[in-house]
Design a protein around this ligand. Structure first.
Ligand code: ACO
Ligand SMILES: O=CC(=O)O
Ligand code: MG
Length: 535
């Protein structure tokens, strides 16, 4: 009996999908689901239980049970994989054919090929993204823009960025694939397909199967990934320890378990990344119902120099370098413009300042969202690294971060204004309409918006209503006022877009916005109710 017996693909089979959904690849999907599906569900239950404790007045702290792991100075993570030694500039983005070619050609050292924050998990996006990755490795990928006639092709192999794939987080399911009647985990699906098709292709090129792991909340979730890696490597008869994975520390519970996460993945670890946007989302989410001390100022007022954000990034660098791991910086949201010189100038200045702070703090490299930002990030890190591939030797032993520093939310400077509230409503609406259209990342008001930033916007609105926050101008934020603002912001978008305004799409976005901001019960993830709206 083949492992895939009992596996059913319910999604439509487009052109060349059979090249990805091969019987052998589906065998691996089924094996991983049967082995790890139940454990994944238990870990998601553990997240919910922790939330209940927090909502009841509990707190977060470094774990007493794993103190020995933290105290043991003898262990280090594995050496970086080939092509991951120098990560001074990493570009992120979706996996459609044009973006794939543009990202690989961008001059960045690494491309985070995103099935997560920058992606809408439409069935077509998931399978066609896998085709892009495989075709890129086979060098059969090309693209011609129907409108402009511009053609795209890959540069020479040695000029291309190293591919690091980000599968979906543990909370997401792939509903178009059922095993024994159950939808499977999106994480396992994305991982298994890329690993099956591309691990050997990457090894043949002298690199390897590399991953970014998103939105984890505990070291036990990292242990699950490590077990998935071991089994997948065994199944394909690839030596254990071939995979490399960089974990995004982008939830506040995970900030208390950074060292344990590295330890669990130490044979496969390629370091940690400071995913600032989901981190902010997580801070809001975890303490949403805990009153004024846990209410952050409006989104655009929170900077990386806020005390709780400094504590988080300083601890991340210190933890990584203590264990021989890379520390990778996060995303400044400013998007350059090829049409507006002033917008472009501001974006370059802001990104330069962000990367200067990160490189000075000891990060080994950082993220950019756009090819035009690659040179500035590279230049800043060149200034600190010179010819060295990284600065893992900067141990930052002077850094001391206590639990109270990570939780020092109330010391964040900034206000909550009517403009901030309107901004959150406007951005969430525009983003949701774009997401429902199939694009997971978009520039809005010259800022990059993706699933993580949209989560912040809608979660702030929910939290402000729940806690009866009064704006700096003196007005209490209520459901009724948010509904009024929603109508007004929608009217502005309609006027601005004119004929391009897609009425049915925005109707869907409004319904979804109401579901995730005005309901009494908080939705853990925006993308969960959004995903059910897809066929
Ligand atoms: C919180 C987080 O997780 S951050 C990581 C997740 N988010 C992301 O990865 C966002 C990545 N960035 C993007 O998707 C895009 O930059 C956007 C949507 C924000 C803006 O894209 P556009 O509106 O197309 O920008 P713009 O028109 O300036 O693009 C200019 C060119 O650069 C290309 N480009 C822009 N961003 C990228 C990228 N990230 N990767 C590859 N190519 C890119 C465009 O395809 C376009 O190519 P062309 O000239 O050949 O047509
Ligand atoms: O994934 C990155 C983040 O900032 O969120
Ligand atoms: Mg994220």
């Amino acid at each position: 009996m083949a492992a895939r017996d009992g596996l059913e693909v319910t999604g439509p089979l487009g052109d060349r999908y059979d090249e990805i959904l091969t019987p052998e690849a589906l065998d691996l999907v089924a094996v991983l689901h049967r082995e790890f599906g139940a454990r994944r569900k238990e870990l998601l239950k553990a997240r919910a239980e922790r939330q209940e404790r927090l909502s009841a007045g509990g707190t977060l702290d470094f774990l007493p049970d794993t103190a020995a792991v933290r105290a043991d100075d003898s262990w280090r993570v594995n050496e970086p994989g080939k092509g991951l030694e120098d990560r001074r500039v990493e570009i992120t983005g979706p996996t459609d054919r044009k973006m794939t070619i543009n990202a690989l050609n961008s001059g960045a050292k690494v491309w985070l090929a995103d099935f997560e924050d920058a992606n809408t998990p439409l069935w077509t996006n998931m399978i066609e993204g896998q085709l892009s990755l495989r075709d890129a490795l086979d060098r059969t990928i090309d693209f011609t823009d129907a409108k402009s006639g511009k053609s795209y092709a890959l540069k020479a192999d040695e000029e291309l960025a190293t591919i690091v794939v980000r599968p979906r987080g543990w909370h997401m399911e792939e509903k178009h694939v059922l095993v024994d009647g159950e939808p499977i985990s999106g994480s396992l699906f994305d991982f298994a397909l890329y690993f099956f098709h591309c691990a050997r292709r990457q090894l043949a090129k002298g690199k390897g199967p590399y991953f970014y792991l998103p939105k984890m909340e505990s070291h036990l979730e990292a242990r699950l990934w490590n077990d998935v890696f071991n089994l997948a490597q065994d199944e394909l008869e690839i030596p254990r320890g071939t995979i490399r994975a960089t974990v995004l520390i982008e939830t506040i519970p995970a900030a208390f378990e950074m060292e344990e996460i590295l330890y669990e993945l130490r044979d496969h670890s390629a370091g940690l990344n400071a995913g600032r946007w989901d981190y902010l989302f997580s801070v809001i989410k975890k303490f949403r119902d805990r009153g004024a001390d846990f209410v952050l100022p409006e989104r655009n007022a929170i900077t990386m120099t806020a005390p709780f954000m400094r504590a988080y990034t300083e601890l991340l660098v210190r933890t990584c370098h203590k264990r021989g791991a890379h520390a990778i910086g996060g995303m400044a949201a400013f998007i350059p413009s090829r049409k507006d010189a002033e917008v472009n100038k501001v974006a370059l200045e802001k990104v330069r300042a962000d990367k200067t702070r990160e490189s000075g703090d000891g990060f080994d490299g950082s993220w950019v969202a756009h090819p035009d930002l690659v040179p500035v990030c590279r230049e800043v890190f060149d200034g600190v690294l010179g010819d060295k591939p990284n600065q893992r030797d900067r141990l930052r032993e002077e850094v001391k971060v206590a639990a109270a520093d990570l939780l020092n939310i109330k010391a964040t400077p900034g206000d909550i204004t009517e403009a901030g509230l309107r901004g959150n409503v406007d951005v969430a609406l525009r983003y949701l309409a774009t997401w429902l259209d199939g694009a997971g990342a978009v520039a809005i008001h010259n800022l990059m918006e993706d699933a993580a930033t949209a989560e912040i916007s809608r979660s702030q609105v929910w939290q402000w209503i729940y806690n009866g926050v009064v704006t700096a101008e003196g007005q209490k934020i209520t459901k009724e006022w948010v509904e009024q603002i929603l109508d007004e912001e929608l009217a502005k978008i309609r006027t601005e877009l004119g004929d391009a305004f897609n009425e049915p799409r925005y109707n869907q976005a409004v319904a979804l916005f109401k579901e995730v901001t005005l309901a009494d019960e908080y939705s853990e993830f925006l993308t969960t109710p959004a995903y059910v709206r897809f066929p």
